[in-house]
Design a protein around this ligand. Structure first.
Ligand code: UGA
Length: 492
């Protein structure tokens, strides 16, 4: 076990209170540091100061409540936050520009605003996802805006947080990567992460519970800044590659009538490959993979390398969504004037985030073909209302069963655990046609067939109802209530 060391409190500023900034601020306070989180959005800062939490992220509200007003403060005053800090995390947005590159204007403007307050040595840490060579641009911007060379170092400390498990990803990471080009900055970053490096955090009685025993310390990797930036972009591209690979294999499985789940299990058992990120579905989405893969391709292009593999990953992802829609057409023949129940809008479960969600793309295509939809998602409906306003063609449902009432087909688009435990008898009785198209493989085809459904999923043989077994299910006592419900709907 590494020898115990007194952990030093490091004053930290985090610029940006989005997913990455808020999680980093809360977790750094949890490690014992004095953190000031800055944002230009006054309404957001006031909400955070008064105890509100602007995003849905498991465990974040509890961690903010634990440290708010003590080791964690929120402000709009950037100069004050920078003066207080020794380490400044830049966690502002890096959206996609119209041409596919990462738009780094928010990073640039944060760096320029920091300059006047750089009155002593401080470290600027890139936490936002930025392309390789960004640290050199930040250094140049600092120089051009009058920052003295002796007063700063720029470090890359990429985040590998997944929405929905960001807090435990931060506190129980597979690895921490720090790209720094001077010993002074390396030393300060080590002090910042010391409780995780020596494992002392995990021995604290009040530590946040996590998925692994890391009391021996986390894997801490020091590299050059360029390498750290590249590690971030290449990691996301590789994960997206795994998803696209298994989705491509799922198309083969459908053509040779076999089951992609079995195939993925067999592939993933090879430790060199690993079983994670081999779940076939409707393709990846979210605020990271789609944007980061495009930006990575642009970086390669800019330095004169033709990274065609990245284009294939994107193409397979797009085709997966088109292919999924074909299944719906196969099941329903025409989509005109059909009523489709949609379960899931978020790009994955555990989040209310709908950015680049494949579910939204699919819903839009269904609407364009003339169907009306009734939608339910346990977290993401509020975020969707502007993009998909309620009206004749779109209704938001109270729950899963409200959504499927009278529907010609149920389409499952997000893998929320509660969607995998639906009462199939009730579902069958509530729907007009017993058709389920499952984009996340939440059910077994045999079970759905026995429950009387026409069932289509991804990379697995489709199933037809087994009438005798369904009749047996209907005889089940509880069914009467749902039969009454169905009668009521058909009389409406
Ligand atoms: C991703 C990475 O996993 C994080 O390591 C990284 O820090 C983050 O991007 C980022 O760059 O900020 P996230 O976007 O939260 O995290 O979501 P993931 O859990 O990676 O899922 C991405 C997409 O892939 C989702 O649409 C998900 O449904 C899909 N996916 C994932 C699959 O279709 N199959 C799988 O087996 C895994």
């Amino acid at each position: 076990m590494p020898c115990a060391q007194i952990n030093r409190m490091v004053p930290v500023a985090v610029i940006g209170s989005g997913y990455v900034g808020l999680v980093a601020a809360a977790c750094l306070a949890e490690l014992g540091h004095e953190v000031v989180c800055v944002d230009v959005d006054r309404v957001r800062v006031e909400l955070l100061q008064s105890g509100g939490v602007p995003i849905f992220e498991e465990g974040l509200d509890a961690l903010l409540a634990r440290h708010r007003g003590q080791r964690l403060r929120f402000t709009c005053n950037l100069a004050e936050a920078v003066r207080h800090a020794q380490v400044i995390f830049i966690a502002v947005g890096t959206p996609q520009s119209p041409t596919g590159e990462a738009d780094l204007s928010q990073v640039e403007s944060a760096v320029i605003s920091i300059c006047p307050a750089l009155d002593s040595y401080k470290i600027l840490v890139e936490k936002s996802t930025v392309p390789v060579l960004s640290s050199q641009w930040i250094t140049r911007t600092l120089r051009l805006n009058g920052a003295l060379e002796k007063n700063f170092d720029v470090v890359s400390n990429p985040e590998f947080l997944r929405e929905g498990s960001a807090i435990t990803d931060f506190l129980y990471p597979d690895r921490i990567v720090v790209g720094a080009d001077t010993e002074r900055s390396r030393q300060l970053l080590r002090e910042l992460y010391q409780p995780l490096i020596d494992g002392s955090y995990y021995r604290r009685a009040d530590c946040v519970d996590g998925p692994a025993d890391l009391s021996g310390g986390v894997y801490y990797i020091e590299t050059s800044t360029n390498s750290a930036e590249l590690i971030k972009q290449a990691s996301n591209a590789f994960l997206a590659l795994k998803v696209s690979f298994i989705n491509a294999v799922s198309n083969l499985c459908e053509r040779v009538n076999t089951d992609v789940e079995e195939v993925a299990r067999g592939i993933g058992a090879d430790r060199r490959i690993g079983s994670r990120f081999l779940r076939a579905g409707i393709g990846y989405g979210g605020s990271c993979f789609p944007k980061d893969i495009r930006a990575f391709g642009k970086v390669a292009e800019a330095v004169g390398y033709n990274f065609d593999l990245l284009k294939c990953i994107e193409q397979i992802n797009e085709d997966q969504q088109t292919g999924f829609l074909k299944k719906l057409r196969t099941a329903l023949w025409s989509l005109k004037d059909k009523h489709i129940a949609i379960l899931g809008l978020a790009f994955k479960h555990g989040t209310d985030d709908i950015r680049e969600s494949p579910a939204i793309t699919i819903v839009r295509k269904i609407l364009a073909e003339g169907s009306r939809v009734s939608i339910f998602d346990p977290a993401a409906m509020q975020n969707c209302r502007t993009m998909l306003p309620e009206g004749v063609q779109i209704q938001y449902a109270r729950d899963e069963y409200d959504a499927v009432k009278g529907a010609h087909a149920l389409v499952i688009l997000t893998e929320w655990p509660q969607f995998s435990n639906l009462d199939l008898v009730r579902l069958h009785l509530l729907m007009s046609y017993p058709i389920v198209i499952d984009g996340r493989n939440l059910y077994s085809p045999a079970k759905m067939s026995a429950a009387g459904f026409y069932y289509y999923s991804v990379g697995r043989p489709s199933a037809e109802p087994l009438p005798e077994k369904y009749a047996f299910a209907l005889e089940h006592n509880q069914s009467q209530h749902f039969l009454d419900e169905k009668m009521a709907i058909s009389c409406e």
